[in-house]
Design a protein around this ligand. Structure first.
Ligand code: ZN
Ligand code: MN
Ligand code: MN
Length: 279
């Protein structure tokens, strides 16, 4: 079965994201575990959890992938923001665990000093791991565009973070096609595609790959500017997505659209992905 879906709103309650996803024909979806641009979160009630589990049973959508808030920066050199970010990440991991999500995708963080930032990220992840001992949910570091001071745009940086983190078996990677493309990892044609995932395998290991974000890019290869475009309409083009969708190694990996939401574009993009999967 083709594991594709979209990032869905939790505006109408967590359970509602599943019914909306089902209407689009999603077999997997991604959700925020709380409002993405606020620190505070309303506590998850047993009813929220029960309704969500029931909706998951009814829709058969699995896995549901979590995504963390944009405010979190576990690479920060500011003490207060760093501590706030660690606590917020732990809270999101706990909410993901309660909802039964297998993965929480997160942005590694930003710091103008690469070496310091990478060490802070690893220390923060170790801090979170040590306070969530028996959790099943895994944190997945997302490949980034490298815009501004964001880290995690080179595979080597992600490998360093993994190596420096305690309980690193609990870490996975989310590969975002648009981010990695503008970071310089081409997937436009078969030759480039092979090279990119060979590099991924050699640097990080393909077994770490747990989630894929399917976004075309409004910006060019190597530009390090993060602007998502509809599938086939950007600088990556249809062939790159055809290669991913037909790659046997990625069959069981959830593939999630984060393309612009206006009108019925999720439906259009999903239709294109299904067609590409048939060759
Ligand atoms: Zn993301
Ligand atoms: Mn993404
Ligand atoms: Mn992005």
């Amino acid at each position: 079965m083709l594991l594709i879906g979209a990032h869905m709103s939790i505006g109408g309650g967590f359970f509602n994201s599943l019914y909306s996803g089902k209407e689009l024909g999603c077999t997997t979806i991604q959700i925020f575990t709380k409002s993405a641009n606020q620190w505070k979160a309303k506590e998850l009630t047993p009813e929220d959890i029960e309704k969500f589990r029931q909706a998951q049973k009814e829709t058969g959508i699995a896995p549901v992938v979590g995504h963390d808030s944009y405010l979190i920066n576990i690479a920060s050199s500011e003490k207060e923001l760093l501590q706030k970010s660690r606590e917020a990440l732990l809270l999101e991991l706990t909410r993901s665990e309660k909802l039964g999500l297998p993965y929480l995708v997160m942005h590694p963080g930003s710091n103008p000093d690469e070496k310091e930032g990478i060490q802070k990220i690893a220390d923060s992840l170790s801090w979170v791991h040590s306070r969530s001992k028996n959790y099943q949910v895994k944190i997945c570091l997302e490949t980034t565009a490298g815009q501004g001071n964001t880290l995690g745009y080179r595979f080597e940086q992600l490998a360093d973070i993994i190596n420096l983190t305690e309980e690193d078996k609990r870490l996975g990677i989310c590969f975002d096609t648009a981010h990695s493309f503008v970071a310089g990892y081409d997937i436009k044609d078969e030759k480039a595609y092979r090279k990119t995932f060979e590099q991924f395998n050699q640097t990080i290991g393909i077994n770490r790959l747990k989630v894929i974000h399917l976004n075309d890019s409004k910006k060019a290869l190597g530009s390090r500017v993060d602007r998502h475009e509809h599938i086939g309409r950007g600088f990556i083009g249809l062939e790159g997505f055809r290669l991913i969708l037909n790659d046997k190694r990625f069959e069981k990996i959830p593939k999630i659209l984060e393309t612009p939401k206006e009108d019925d574009w999720d439906e259009k993009n999903l239709t294109i992905l299904r067609r590409l999967n048939k060759g």
